[in-house]
Design a protein around this ligand. Structure first.
Ligand SMILES: [Zn+2]
Length: 175
């Protein structure tokens, strides 16, 4: 699946729960792919959609972040990004491996989407639309006017949640 769709899925779902963690989730949502480049750079090339795309691995990391140890929710957000990537890839014809111990490819919804096809855009942006509707329905009344999807980057930077320079350097690399 295309990165723009992975980013849309992870970003919109995370914005509903915790807008501050969206950048971390975005990083995680592309991790299964860029980790392949990292491994290659380290001299350990892996085949596409194998080691870094184990459904079980990302699910366990998410469980770990939610249940055992986390740092400001970052582990969970990163893992959710990765898991959403693998789940989205599972909707494509190629599927994803479930764990190192199974050769079977895991498919969701029949695995009919084609990478780059219009179907994956429909799924990803349909989900964004659903998240927007939920966000509007649950919009808090009064108060600071906090609103998912229009979070305050400057505020995040001041509170130290994100490193502004790092974000600026990296945000364009996703596309
Ligand atoms: Zn992938």
């Amino acid at each position: 699946m295309k990165w723009v769709n992975h980013l849309a899925i992870a970003g919109s779902t995370t914005a509903l729960v915790s807008p501050a963690l969206v950048p971390v989730a975005l990083l995680g949502s592309t991790a299964p792919d860029w980790l392949e480049w990292v491994l290659k750079a380290l001299g350990k090339p892996v085949r596409h959609r194998t080691v870094t795309h184990y459904l079980l691995g990302w699910a366990l990391l998410l469980a770990f972040g939610l249940g055992l140890w986390d740092f400001h929710g970052m582990v969970a957000a990163f893992a959710w990004g990765g898991l959403s990537h693998v789940l989205a890839d599972a909707c494509t014809v190629m599927g994803v491996p479930f764990s190192p111990h199974s050769d079977r490819r895991f498919h969701l919804f029949g695995g009919r989407l084609r990478t780059g096809g219009s179907g994956e855009y429909g799924v990803a942006w349909g989900l964004v639309a659903v998240c927007l509707v939920i966000a509007v329905l649950f919009k808090p009344h009064g108060g600071s006017g906090w609103y998912p999807f229009f979070y305050d980057w400057a505020g995040l930077y001041q509170s130290g949640v994100i490193d502004a320079k790092e974000w600026k350097d990296n945000r364009l690399k996703f596309f």
